[in-house]
Design a protein around this ligand. Structure first.
Ligand SMILES: Cc1cc2nc3c(=O)[nH]c(=O)nc-3n(C[C@H](O)[C@H](O)[C@H](O)COP(=O)(O)O)c2cc1C
Length: 132
């Protein structure tokens, strides 16, 4: 199992409708490609975790990277993990409002994950929270 984590910045704040559109495309494509994961956004940043076949994940990330709705796309981590972490989610999502922390959103989503993957995602979220 291969996973990739990145962070990016929306070009401008997304409307609920735009976010719904992104999630609809993500769910449809990821389902077909055997990709699962999570997408967290707080208007200033996206944090996304993708997992599945390496080629498919990289292909999907290449497509996402060309999407004009966001920029400043940084790959935080990629490589093999022992097993799929989000088997039930072709793309779980969470919107964090300004007052809430990314860390608390991640903590909720990683409840069923292996400890190393959970801690990795929490550390990315915590770094982001410290930077705000
Ligand atoms: C933050 C963000 C996350 C995205 N996540 C995914 C994703 O997980 N899977 C996916 O196929 N497309 C995702 N997209 C959408 C792709 O960039 C692209 O628009 C879409 O894959 C095109 O699909 P279509 O050819 O079926 O319209 C994401 C876009 C953004 C801005």
């Amino acid at each position: 199992m291969y996973r990739l984590v990145y962070m990016s910045t929306p070009r401008r704040p997304l409307s609920g409708e735009e976010l719904t559109g992104i999630l609809a495309a993500a769910t449809k494509n990821n389902d077909r490609n055997g990709i699962t994961g999570i997408l967290i956004q707080d208007q200033k940043r996206f944090l996304q975790y993708l997992e599945g076949d390496q080629g498919r994940v990289e292909q999907t990330f290449a497509r996402i990277s060309m999407d004009p709705r966001h920029h400043a796309i940084f790959r935080l981590k990629s490589g093999l993990i022992v097993r799929r972490q989000f088997p039930g989610w072709s793309m779980a999502s969470k919107t964090v409002d300004h007052s809430a922390s990314l860390t608390s959103a991640v903590r909720e989503l990683v409840k069923g994950c292996d400890r190393d993957v959970a801690e990795e995602l929490l550390s990315f979220a915590a770094a982001r929270d410290r930077a705000t």
